[in-house]
Design a protein around this ligand. Structure first.
Ligand SMILES: NC(=O)C1=CN([C@@H]2O[C@H](COP(=O)(O)OP(=O)(O)OC[C@H]3O[C@@H](n4cnc5c(N)ncnc54)[C@H](O)[C@@H]3O)[C@@H](O)[C@H]2O)[C@@H](O)CC1
Ligand SMILES: [K+]
Length: 454
């Protein structure tokens, strides 16, 4: 199944879940059979009758592979196993012994159109080098499709870093839970389509893939103020604030006020004012196109010390500090890209999810760390992760997201929920806008994205 709403674990957390499962009486072999059945199901779906090379490594990832090979062969597929190692133990040994089909050394494995990668999973402990690296490069180049069992071999399960070779997958079937390494570092490119099978494990985690939200429509007695007035603070580059204000208007705000020296408004429905009344605003966005001069600094300071719920983006992220954020009496949402995040909190080490959670804890703000995998982290330790379409990597889309976050904050008054709704709607609007989108295209698709969530 697709990974939406799936739990995301570290390797240590995954092992703890497995240990708890064993403590309740499930055997390792039973869990492995469950994993293998899921792998065989997905491999058969992708193979569509083509010959399959299953790669089996020396650990339990290899155990899954041997068991899946047996199930695929029993279902009538042409299966060869390319094996590495040979000192299997426990359930993996039993699975290896139960495989009766053709087995060759990895180095001699014949190229096949479909490869199932069960070399290494979350137990990778050193870089893939030498003969193994040579073999996987050859097999990858010849394969039309590679399905990784649990995680692409060569990736660190927590950071997605690859110290040596990686067997890049077209699809990965994560077992029990998504691993953090699927979503960061080299894992972003090496994972392919991310699928997850629960394999019967009950996994609880407050770090999850972002699910499609349910959006509450306005009530029959709502009016423009109860639905939430959004203030957008403009500055040196007025286009950015106009994009944000358009997104705020299309994102379900009752009223959008754009405060800018430039009186041009992007829509007739957006009202231009010299100032935003803090007592009327349900949420204020500061930062897109603000500039970083003294005037911008004063504006930023004024809003930072206000009692308004704030979204802080772009230039404003360079004008605030963590302690002032933590002192704010009202909700704050930060929407940094990697550079802005690094300036404010220090460069994220290998694990961006951990870095975003730590930043949220320190700043007492919701942190939306944008990137190939966007992380939405809350001070309470919960986080949601989504991989937005890569076409979003173009100028101005961050301004649209910031406006949308402000709109949802004004509508919901619940910062984590608002950030999750906005990030989901933004990604969905991008898909609706299609390839080669420009930021100006996105706002018109937001209402359609909202309609899918009612
Ligand atoms: N723990 C369990 O009970 C279950 C685990 N499952 C599978 O088991 C995997 C984890 O199994 P393991 O903990 O056995 O670990 P792995 O199977 O990922 O690999 C560990 C083995 O690989 C060797 N190794 C690590 N890096 C190497 C390298 N670069 N070159 C050569 N050898 C290397 C280690 O010495 C060890 O023998 C999961 O990813 C998942 O696929 C599933 O079967 C479900 C049940
Ligand atoms: K693997």
């Amino acid at each position: 199944m697709r990974a939406t709403d799936a739990p995301i674990l570290t390797a240590a957390e995954m092992r703890a879940v497995e240990a708890a499962c064993f403590a309740r009486g499930t055997s390792q072999a039973e869990l492995m059979e469950c994993a293998a059945a899921a792998v065989a199901r997905e491999a058969a779906r992708f193979a569509r009758g083509r010959s399959i090379l299953v790669l089996g490594g020396p650990g339990n990832n290899g155990g899954d592979a041997f068991a899946a090979a047996r199930l695929l062969a029993a279902a009538g597929h042409d299966v060869t196993v390319g094996a590495l190692g040979g000192r299997w133990s426990g359930a993996a040994e039993a699975m290896q012994a139960a495989w009766r089909g053709p087995t060759v050394d990895l180095a001699d494995a014949p190229a096949q159109p479909v490869v199932v990668d069960g070399l290494f999973g979350i137990g990778l402990s050193r870089p893939i080098e030498g003969e193994v690296a040579t073999a996987i490069a050859r097999l990858r180049a010849a394969a039309g499709f590679v399905l990784a069992i649990d995680i692409a071999s060569g990736l660190d399960a927590d950071t997605g870093a690859a110290a040596g070779a990686v067997l890049r997958a077209d699809a990965t079937l994560a077992l029990g839970a998504v691993k953090r390494g699927h979503l960061q570092g080299e894992g972003v490119a090496a994972t392919g389509a991310l699928l997850v099978d629960p394999i019967g494990l009950a996994v609880r985690s407050e770090v999850r893939m972002l699910a499609q939200p349910r959006i509450a429509p306005p009530g029959s007695d709502d009016h423009k103020y109860t639905r939430g007035l959004v203030g957008v603070v403009g500055g040196a580059m007025p286009g950015a604030a106009r994009l944000a204000a358009t997104a705020a208007a299309r994102g379900g705000s009752g009223y959008v006020v754009l405060a800018s020296a430039d009186a041009r408004v992007p829509l007739d429905a957006v009202v231009h004012r010299e100032e935003i009344d803090p007592d009327r605003a349900a949420a204020v966005l500061v930062g897109p196109g603000l500039g970083r001069d003294d005037k911008a600094r004063r504006t930023c300071e004024q809003w930072l010390t206000s009692n308004c719920a704030l979204v802080i983006d772009g230039d404003a992220l360079a004008l605030v500090d963590v302690d002032s954020l933590a002192r704010r009496p009202a909700p704050t949402i930060l929407t940094p890209h990697a550079g802005e995040f690094a300036r404010l909190f220090g460069p994220p080490a290998g694990d961006r999810i951990a870095a975003a959670l730590e930043a949220a804890r320190r700043s007492k703000a919701i942190v939306v760390l944008k990137g190939a995998a966007t992380v939405i982290a809350a001070p309470d330790g919960s986080a949601r992760v989504v991989q937005p379409p890569a076409w979003l990597s173009t100028a101005g889309t961050g301004d649209v997201l910031a406006g949308l976050v402000a709109a949802r904050l004004a509508a919901t008054r619940a910062p984590m929920r608002a950030a999750c709704e906005a990030v989901w709607l933004h990604a969905r609007a991008a898909r609706l806008a299609g390839p080669a989108l420009v930021a100006d295209d996105l706002p018109m698709h937001i209402p359609h994205a909202i309609a899918e969530c009612l």
